[in-house]
Design a protein. Sequence first.
Length: 186
Amino acid sequence: MKSKRNIRQPEPASIVVTRRGRALIEKDGKILLCQRIGTDYWYLPGGKSNPDETISRALTREIEEELGRKCRAGELVGVCEHLFWDKRRKTAVNEINLVFAVDFSKQLPDKVVSKEKHLRFKWVHLDDCRMGSFNLLPPGLNLHLSAYRPVRTAFYFVATTDRNSRNHNTYFCAPQKRLEPESKSR
């Protein structure tokens, strides 16, 4: 008589794709970073878009929720894809981040207080980001932000995080191109 073996079928492969709007907010040579309280990483403010809204609209909504201020999403300054394994959900994630310059009618204060209790904000010099003083996600964003500022080059890159560790790889996917102001001809 054959013994019954409990053979576990593999789970179907899945990947979650998220679209996020991120804000590049500058003031006095610093940029505003956001941190979820209780974590060790920082990121650009903004958030996930709902299925029925554009990414730029999601960005302005998220900024208003987080900072209590209305803003306008300006020029698209970069795109970064972050491929990683979400241990909590046990699934692969492809996070597509569109980074916009953001304009406010009134400048933000030196001390930015979150309207959401789980977040905090901090102004950081670009040099500190470039030197790796902050665990900035997605990986590689610090290099692109420091390159963007002095020469205003748009960026596009893909960052991957190893499923079993915190090893990161960054792939430069497109040549950087200098952004020129649009002509105002009629």
